[in-house]
Design a protein around this ligand. Structure first.
Ligand SMILES: C[S+](C)CC[C@H](N)C(=O)O
Ligand SMILES: N[C@@H](CCS)C(=O)O
Ligand SMILES: [Zn+2]
Length: 326
């Protein structure tokens, strides 16, 4: 059976009558509530210290109109938690917690919405974030894409395997492979989905720094050839790249794949992995995201949202522009 047409994701898009809206910068919104994430675990440090903030941010994105929540597990890894002195059991419980927090936020928001006659919401889906190996390295490597000769396909599969198993066991609606910077890691993710016989839908997003290729310099034609061979990936696209690259990339991806296209760019600011801060950009204006989003929809993207440095306001503007909320 073709899992590309996995009903969950397709039904959401169909029921909405247009695109599905993903949430926005998760870490960004945590920071706006005072969370300190200058840490090798980045936003995932809040799973240990401030889980209530995680739930708060999920609720804020739901209120803004997100149809899909991405969990707080982007930089949450078992080796990352071990290096904080936690046990494997504690690390796995934190991964489970990342899914639970999003599911609890989604369920409580939905229970309230249902009581409100004439509401325009649909029940949101929860996508468990699987950040790239480069994210785990905590030095901005997800925008570099060159992991070096010691990082083989098997090493990447070993890195991803247990976290993926634990996240799937926690019952999210889907998996979100985020900020993948090269073809080898895409291959590793796809082989794992097969080997682990994952039955829930997934998307896989690359980032880009030149607007044409993956950060490794490999062409998207090469990268998508790998993805197209798998019927376990339902949507493919770009996340955490500047908005001004997106039009061209949607057109390119349309020619390279029949899969659902997903885009959730960042604000255009650039991550300085050494200084651990965002460098300013001239491209960012929240209000531009409304016209961007309708253009991206018209070009063929079916799942649209924001990544780093976008906020609930960005998502509200996208959601309003795409017509989900009155
Ligand atoms: C999406 S990036 C801004 C996440 C942080 C990065 N992996 C780092 O730790 O430097
Ligand atoms: N979804 C991630 C960022 C990916 S670049 C987060 O905001 O935690
Ligand atoms: Zn991002």
């Amino acid at each position: 059976m073709e899992k590309e047409n996995n009903p969950l994701l397709q039904d959401l898009i169909k029921n909405l009558g247009h695109c599905a809206v993903i949430d926005g910068g998760f870490a960004t919104q945590l920071e706006s509530h005072g969370a300190s994430i200058n840490d090798p675990l980045w936003s995932a440090v809040c799973l240990i210290k401030e889980p209530h903030l995680i739930k708060k941010v999920h609720l804020e994105y739901l209120e803004a109109g997100a149809n899909i929540l991405v969990t707080s597990s982007y930089q949450a890894t078992i080796p990352g938690f071990l290096s904080k002195g936690l046990t494997i059991e504690e690390a796995e419980l934190l991964l489970i917690r990342s899914v639970k927090l999003a599911v609890e936020a989604r369920d409580s928001f939905w229970d309230l919405a249902k009581r409100n006659h004439g509401h325009k919401h649909s029940k949101a889906l929860v996508a468990a974030s699987i950040g790239s190996y480069g994210a785990y390295l905590a030095d901005g490597s997800e925008y570099g894409g060159c992991y070096g000769p010691d990082v083989s396909l098997d090493k990447l599969k070993d890195f991803h395997r247990r976290r993926l198993q634990v996240l799937v066991e926690a019952c999210p609606d889907m998996l979100a492979f985020e900020t993948i910077p090269n073809k080898l890691e895409a291959q590793a993710c796809i082989e794992l989905l097969e080997e682990e016989n994952v039955q829930i839908p997934s998307w896989l997003c690359f980032t880009t720094v030149d607007g044409e290729n993956a950060p490794s310099g490999e062409s998207f034609a090469d990268c998508l050839e790998v993805i197209n061979k798998s019927n376990r990936v339902n949507a493919v696209g770009i996340n955490c790249a500047p908005p001004h690259f997106i039009d061209n990339l949607i057109c390119k991806f349309k020619q390279l794949t029949k899969k659902t296209i997903i885009v959730y760019p960042n604000s255009g600011e650039v991550w300085d992995g050494r200084a651990k801060k965002w460098l300013p950009s001239k491209y960012f204006d929240d209000h531009d995201f409304g016209s961007h989003a309708t253009r991206w929809r018209d070009l063929g993207a079916k799942i649209i949202g924001g990544c780093c440095r976008t906020t609930p306001l960005t998502i509200q503007i996208i959601s309003d522009a795409l017509g989900e909320k009155s």
